[in-house]
Design a protein around this ligand. Structure first.
Ligand SMILES: CCCCCCCCCC/C=C\CC(=O)SCCNC(=O)CCNC(=O)[C@H](O)C(C)(C)COP(=O)(O)OP(=O)(O)OC[C@H]1O[C@@H](n2cnc3c(N)ncnc32)[C@H](O)[C@@H]1OP(=O)(O)O
Length: 298
């Protein structure tokens, strides 16, 4: 895919230079065990089944898998590593943290930091989206917990979503509830999944949907009991992998390329928009109030 080609160069350069790995105290090499390979960079664990060509990526950044700069960097590098591995055809994205898929963007990365930090953070969010939404692999989200905002975006980037059938787990793009605005590419991703009107309702209200409602709304494709999420994802994966890769990949590209190209063309402008928006005093105040409420609910 065009966007993949643009993106691959920077992450691959970092991957090959080992800069990221050195920073983490050593290269994230594959460990082999029978038909399994695994690597971990700290916040992400990847296990690959060589017999099926399916990798399971587990987010393991407690307490809530919030997407901070380190996490996003590890995520994109891990994804790139799988993308360039020709033996890997499918990716199941899930969480190793009980009851949480991902709490979305780390709010502390968007509060009280320098403009340079905001720009680096937003570039990393964009990169995560470009890589996951544009992946050539079959991607299945095994949503085993709550998944607000950026966590919902990650799930929406996948080709298929299976969620634990527990009404305590909710998913949605709730940005307006924090006093912030989902950018156009979050909106495009949601429109491509549930359509324009449902997206407008959902985004304006900043709606979080408990699992059963998320299924009705089309935000997820299937609900299964909590202890069956991984096996259901593996079963769905084998169905998806029965389709010839080239035909499926070209079809995926046809569906997603307009949205991807749109961000690729305006990447720098989108970063500038984010920085000027997030650094406003009124927005910083809204985020502070939201964080205080989160802490007070205990
Ligand atoms: C004009 C247009 C310009 C466009 C400009 C763009 C603008 C920006 C767009 C931004 C896009 C995306 C935004 C996001 O993704 S924002 C993040 C939204 N996430 C949330 O609202 C989730 C909030 N968290 C929760 O609801 C709950 O924590 C939970 C995930 C349901 C888990 O509940 P829990 O009871 O199990 O755990 P809890 O005690 O609440 O949390 C544990 C600790 O983790 C902290 N925490 C939770 N979420 C976050 C987070 N997202 N970031 C940072 N920290 C988080 C929480 O505060 C607790 O910390 P502590 O133990 O008290 O210290």
């Amino acid at each position: 895919m065009a966007a993949q080609a643009v993106l691959r160069s920077s992450a691959r350069a970092r991957l090959l230079s080992g800069a990221f790995c050195a920073q983490r105290g050593g290269p994230a090499l594959w460990q082999h065990h029978q038909n399994q390979r695994a690597f971990s960079n700290g916040k992400i664990l990847v296990e690959m089944d060589e017999a099926t060509g399916v990798a399971v990526m587990k987010m393991k950044s407690p307490p809530v898998n919030s997407l901070n700069l380190d996490f996003l960097t590890e995520f994109s590098i891990s994804l790139e590593k799988l993308e360039i591995d020709r033996s890997c055809r499918g990716l199941i994205l899930t969480s190793a943290v009980s009851k949480i898929f991902s709490a979305g963007l780390d709010i502390t990365e968007m509060s009280g930091k320098s403009n340079e930090h905001y720009a680096a953070f937003w570039r990393a969010v964009q990169e995560m989206w470009l890589k996951l939404y544009g992946s050539n692999m079959v991607t299945i989200a095994a949503i085993n917990g709550s998944s607000p905002a950026g966590g919902c975006l990650m799930a929406l980037c996948c080709d298929y979503r299976i969620m634990a059938d527990n009404p305590k787990f909710a998913i949605g793009l709730n940005e307006t509830q924090l006093g912030i605005v989902a950018p156009f590419w979050f909106k495009d991703t949601m429109i491509n999944t549930i359509g324009n009107r449902a997206t407008e309702l959902s985004l304006q209200l900043g709606q979080m949907y408990p699992a059963p409602e998320a299924l009705k709304f089309g935000l997820v494709d299937k609900l299964v009991p909590e202890d069956k999420v991984q096996s259901a994802a593996a079963a769905a994966m084998s169905q998806w992998l029965s389709v010839p890769d080239h035909a499926r990949q070209l079809t995926k590209s046809m569906m997603r390329k307009p949205a991807i190209d749109r961000l690729v063309k305006q990447r720098e402008a989108d970063i500038n928009n984010f920085v000027s928006f997030i650094s406003k005093d009124s927005i910083q105040k809204s985020l502070q109030i939201y964080m205080d409420r989160l802490k007070q609910k205990k």
